[in-house]
Design a protein around this ligand. Structure first.
Ligand code: B12
Length: 475
């Protein structure tokens, strides 16, 4: 069977769709002939679609939808209309099934499938599901046995029960399907994954919705093999693709130790998303020995009251201790804020900004307004208060799909109006704070179409985007 895998993410700097490397490995291991259409670098998407379909004559066409939108209140880029249009172009050339998958897709899979007019969808892990879908399609079998599959049955959408992939059973990750060297040249880093799933209860987060709550841990040898494969292609800067690398801590330790044992710690510099706790001192030391050079901590707030409301499991004291551990072991670190959630006031924002000024992380990413995603506790609470999407405290798209597809953001009414000038003033020109693009001198904390980053990477900058921006490269 011939399968065409299509990358639909065209944001710049270019981020490789890691998923397609993984899916290609699994499909090829079962004898499929797999082709790539990477629209990220395309200058004429319609011509490239026609050419790829004519060349590959695929039996199945799979599109990855990593991002439905940029998840940033002052940006509000919404990608699904373009993906719907691309599917229209595909249909004009090929009658064969179009399958959607990806983390963005998996947040609201049925609604997105319907919106985009695709034939099938896979929610969550794709390795087994896509292989089994292709087999079922080839054999003309029914769809019921294909895990995670969404399909139409007599005009109604049905979703098969999920089956999580056992990451000890996937083939070695060769990282050879995509043009990873080009992504490295133009995107400055390569993603790699150490686990899936999140058990935390943060009220706004779409990760448990898209990835499930069951943790699937990648064996350390799989991760080391993947990093070696990237390194052999000249790629020496990486970024984890997990929700929070240090949860569970034992697994993160095992990954770091395996990287050290494989002598990759001095060859590769990598960055991770982490939770602010647990982050013990010896773990910080081990991370550094394993080649980790920087961490983006999902902090959200410096107010204990807000942390509790957001469903976070740590306190402001943890932020102080974690910062000290990073400093002691030479890790650069960023604290990521999510301001404006339920209960946020100007006093709690002030408290947070003051704490950041005291702690002095290398930089502070400031997002204002909380993207409300279908399936999250926040969406449920807001729905109980008022009909969605017409809830009075939702901002953004004037009209949005009932499944909240177009970007909408919650902003606490207690914050009042004219917020951005006030935030800018509170930050008082401190260049460590990354703000929305329209706020002037500070670095723009939206990595979608970020021209400063694109330029810096073209000039040789490598690493996590916050690190590149905070070093002032390209400014
Ligand atoms: C790591 C990461 C980053 C890193 C990337 C590092 C790197 N070099 O890869 C950085 C920091 C750069 C980043 C930036 C951004 N990110 Co980001 N990122 C992630 C994260 C944590 C991992 C993505 C990933 O690669 N996962 C690993 C792969 C293997 O998983 P996967 O794509 O889900 O694929 C699996 C399945 O979905 C399925 N599958 C995938 N495709 C297909 C296709 C088919 C046909 C099938 C059948 C199955 C299938 O199979 C795969 C294997 O099982 C996700 C959240 C998450 N936990 O996934 C957010 C996430 C993707 N990011 C998000 C956003 C918004 C952004 C930004 C736009 C933020 C901003 N405004 O700046 C930018 C965009 C950057 C860009 N230029 O593209 C959102 C997207 C939300 C949405 N609904 O659109 C996410 C989901 C986080 C969130 N919950 O809000 N990000």
């Amino acid at each position: 069977m011939r399968v065409l895998l299509v990358n639909t993410n065209r944001m710049k700097p270019a981020i490789a769709p890691v998923a397609l490397d993984y899916l290609a490995d699994s499909l090829e291991a079962t004898g499929c002939d797999v082709h790539l259409l990477d629209l990220c670098f395309s200058v004429d998407t319609d011509a490239d679609i026609a050419a790829a379909l004519n060349r590959a004559t695929p039996d199945v066409i799979g599109l990855t939808v990593r991002n439905t939108d940029d998840c940033y209140m002052s940006g509000q880029a919404f990608f699904l209309p373009e993906i719907r249009r691309l599917i229209g172009q595909i249909r004009a050339v090929s009658p064969n099934p179009v399958v959607l998958g990806g983390v963005g897709f998996s947040v609201a899979p049925e609604a997105i499938l319907d919106y985009c007019g695709a034939d099938f969808g896979v929610r969550g892990d794709g390795e087994t599901a896509l292989v089994e879908f292709v087999r079922a399609f080839e054999a003309g079998r029914e769809w019921q046995s294909v895990p995670n599959l969404i399909y139409r049955d007599h005009g109604r959408l049905r979703q098969n029960p999920p089956r999580w992939v056992d990451l000890a059973q996937v083939p070695p990750r060769r990282r050879a399907f995509l043009d990873n060297p080009r992504y490295f040249r133009e995107g400055g880093q390569a993603g790699f994954e150490t686990k899936r799933g999140c058990t935390m209860g943060c009220i706004y987060c779409a990760d448990p919705v898209a990835k499930g709550r069951t943790r699937r841990l990648a064996p350390p040898a799989l991760v080391v093999g993947e990093l070696s494969a990237l390194h052999a292609q000249g790629i020496d800067h990486g970024h984890t693709c997990d929700s929070e690398f240090n949860l569970p801590l034992d697994h993160a330790r095992a990954i770091c130790q395996a990287i050290v044992d494989a002598h990759l710690g001095s060859a590769i510099r990598w960055y991770a998303y982490c939770a602010p706790a647990p982050f013990p001192d010896d773990f910080a030391a081990l991370c550094r020995r394993a080649g980790c050079v920087g961490i983006n901590f999902g902090v959200d707030s410096g107010s204990n009251d807000m942390l509790r409301r957001l469903g976070r499991h740590f306190t402001a004291d943890d932020l102080i201790a974690t910062a000290a551990a990073c400093r002691r072991h030479g890790l650069r670190f960023m604290y990521d804020l999510l301001l404006g959630g339920p209960g946020e006031t100007r006093a709690s924002v002030r408290e947070t900004i003051d704490l950041m000024r005291r702690i002095q992380p290398d930089c502070v990413g400031l997002s204002l307004g909380v993207r409300v995603y279908e399936g999250t506790p926040l969406a449920r609470t807001l729905r109980a208060e008022s009909e969605l999407p017409s809830h009075p405290h939702l901002h953004g798209a004037k009209q949005t799909h009932p499944a909240l597809l177009e970007p909408v953001f919650y902003l606490s009414p207690e914050l009042g109006t004219d917020l951005l000038p006030w935030v800018r003033e509170s930050v008082a020109g401190d260049p460590r704070f990354f703000l929305p693009a329209d706020t002037g001198a500070n670095p723009n904390y939206n990595y979608s179409e970020n021209a400063v980053l694109v330029r810096a990477i073209a000039n040789g900058a490598r690493g996590a985007y916050w690190d590149i921006l905070s070093r002032g490269v390209g400014r």
